[in-house]
Design a protein around this ligand. Sequence first.
Ligand SMILES: NC(=O)c1ccc[n+]([C@@H]2O[C@H](COP(=O)([O-])OP(=O)(O)OC[C@H]3O[C@@H](n4cnc5c(N)ncnc54)[C@H](OP(=O)(O)O)[C@@H]3O)[C@@H](O)[C@H]2O)c1
Length: 342
Amino acid sequence: MAGYRVAVVGATGAVGREILKTLAERNFPVSEVVALASPRSTGQEISFGEKQVLKVKNLETFDFTGWDIGLFSPGASVSAIYAPKAAAAGCLVIDNTSHFRMEHDVPLVVPEVNPQALQRIRRGIVANPNCSTIQMVVALKPLHDRFKIKRVVVATYQSVSGAGKDGMDELWAQSRAMYVNDPIKAQEFTKQIAFNCIPHIDKFLEDGSTKEEWKMVVETKKILDGDIAVAATCVRVPVFIGHSEAITVEFHNPVTAAEARQVLRDAPGVVVQDTRDDGGYTTPIDCVGEDATYVSRIRKDPTVEHGLQFWCVSDNLRKGAALNAVQIAETVVAQGLLKRAA
Ligand SMILES: NC(=O)c1ccc[n+]([C@@H]2O[C@H](COP(=O)([O-])OP(=O)(O)OC[C@H]3O[C@@H](n4cnc5c(N)ncnc54)[C@H](OP(=O)(O)O)[C@@H]3O)[C@@H](O)[C@H]2O)c1
């Protein structure tokens, strides 16, 4: 089978680089790959797989005609302009930004959870959910199928790579500054992130929640079930890669920790590590570069009739972004939904 012509938009960023890596590692059938970014990066070299070096091209002047798939992560305001242009040229856009996620005619997809939504691609655009939502719904879906979820309360511990390469640079620079007694500069984050936690991701909304928290609520409903009540608190922590979540779930039906553990062990994309001894759980450092969503610390919530609590960790750049986007592309190809542009 001949491969597809794939454009990676935002290729110089934290997610874009991981997309290139994931495409190569999973041997996605490509005949050609182009790396696109802002004019700042035009001409910069970037590797694809073991052997190829791509010269970054300027998104502003790029013509998507003849390109089959566009994997976009250039930021919401840039996707807002260029994703529809690419789609109009016949290129299927899989967009990592928040811009299209809640539009009713744009599927919001996690392949382990709602691949059927890909049957309704109306505008040539598929949205990749928020990184914190993805890992949570991967873990919730098998539990919902078996025990029917009523309510979810989640607190996140989100790594700085969720704020892109500038976020990672800021944690590095501030950590270094602490040791050599330099002044601490906070630009990307609202307070010092090194050796600290910040309960504020994305902008504040009128009701006092943040947009990141709102995304977890509305995206979970769109992907999994509109009847599930969700309350979220999203916190940035000084971890480079890997988001963690403390999740409390109330069910309609009876559930035990042992039953939930077995359901999760059998679920696609989930790895259970839960041995109730020192280190018998997954931490963000353990999940870097891994594909799975890890679940640990599964136990009963004794404060409600049918409740569970657990800990959930995943690599936000992989399952939270690049891997999920590439899995969408793989599913679209496997379901025969992609018309080749050229
Ligand atoms: N990081 C995560 O865990 C994660 C997870 C899910 C979704 N996302 C979303 O994915 C998007 C990118 O995130 P990131 O973490 O990769 O950010 P990043 O590291 O800051 O990278 C941003 C990328 O977008 C490019 N870009 C910026 N402005 C552009 C423009 N005007 N035209 C063309 N390209 C432009 C940048 O190119 P230059 O290098 O040329 O500036 C760079 O390649 C964001 O919308 C984010 O919300 C991120």
